[in-house]
Design a protein around this ligand. Structure first.
Ligand SMILES: CC(C)(COP(=O)(O)OP(=O)(O)OC[C@H]1O[C@@H](n2cnc3c(N)ncnc32)[C@H](O)[C@@H]1OP(=O)(O)O)[C@@H](O)C(=O)NCCC(=O)NCCS
Length: 250
């Protein structure tokens, strides 16, 4: 579902079937101007966090993405978005608090540039990442630092004009995996390989030291919009994606 209208509201309760992953894309630039509306939905600690942003643009984007997260979750759970409680893992991954455990809803959020992606499912670990594709930096130097040996080898073989897309395909796939596990950067990025090929059915190629872990996840590209790369990683193979391009809800 694609949220591009500042007047966005949900009139009918949303349903989230057990075997679905639902992906929402939020145009933060288009709807961020309604900051005062979105701010009312935040908890007091989220408002405090918002007030600490140095740049108003960053504050506005955090407020908007967090409010939309609450609105969508509130609809799935048929509860007041403002009353939702979040818990945070040791590595800061947010999830619904224990009072909402019965719903089994899991989610993950990513933002870059003007876009936020919000991904939801039930009973599965999930991670999503979106990045604006940039060309203004030494991507091979960054790849040497963050990519596995196998991934660096793939990137070297890509023609120069395709390198930025391949680089961000690799980056978002790696991020989606470490966000799904919840480990963040505490998981050494050299301990798993992703494919750099476009359109892979499962881009998680190898995990170390436990090689069987790779088969327990599905890692795929998702539509981030023009100029963006995006990937989604979900534990298990028994789910289907309902993404923002299929159902346009504004
Ligand atoms: C924090 C991190 C999990 C993602 O950071 P990021 O890509 O900069 O930011 P994103 O917008 O994709 O994700 C941030 C959101 O992820 C969620 N998040 C925070 N910690 C998380 C964790 N440990 N696991 C999963 N999700 C997490 C939060 O919802 C956060 O948004 P919010 O607090 O504004 O609601 C972590 O992976 C990180 O620091 N990455 C830095 C980038 C990097 O070096 N990547 C190397 C890839 S090759």
């Amino acid at each position: 579902m694609n949220i591009i209208d500042a007047g966005f509201r949900i009139d009918e309760p949303l349903t989230l079937p057990e075997d679905e992953v639902q992906l929402w894309r939020v145009d933060l630039e288009a709807i961020g101007a309604e900051e005062s509306r979105w701010k009312q939905i935040l908890s007091s600690d989220e408002s405090t966090r918002a007030s600490r942003f140095h740049f108003s643009r960053d504050r506005q984007r955090f407020v908007t993405a967090r409010a939309l997260l609450r609105i969508i979750l509130g609809s799935y759970l048929a509860t007041d978005p403002k009353g939702l409680r979040f818990s945070y893992s040791k590595k800061e991954k947010p999830s619904l608090g224990p009072e909402h455990a019965e719903s089994n809803v899991t989610f993950n959020v990513s933002h870059s540039g003007d876009i936020a992606l919000l991904a939801f499912t039930r009973g599965r670990e999930i991670g999503v990442d979106v990045e604006q594709v940039r060309r203004d930096f030494d991507l091979e130097a960054i790849a040497r630092r963050f990519f596995s040996t196998h991934e660096q080898g793939q990137l070297v073989a890509v023609p120069a004009e395709e390198k930025p897309d391949s680089f961000f395909r690799c980056w978002t796939r790696k991020e989606a995996y470490i966000k799904a596990t919840g480990d963040g950067l505490s998981l050494p990025l050299s301990q798993f390989d992703v494919s750099l090929e476009a359109g892979e059915k499962n881009a998680l190629l190898a995990t170390r030291p436990d090689g069987s872990e790779a088969g327990r996840w599905l890692l795929q590209d998702v539509p981030g919009g023009l100029g963006y790369a995006a990937a989604l990683c979900v534990r298990g193979h028994d789910w289907k994606l309902n993404d923002w391009q299929q159902g346009r809800r504004t």
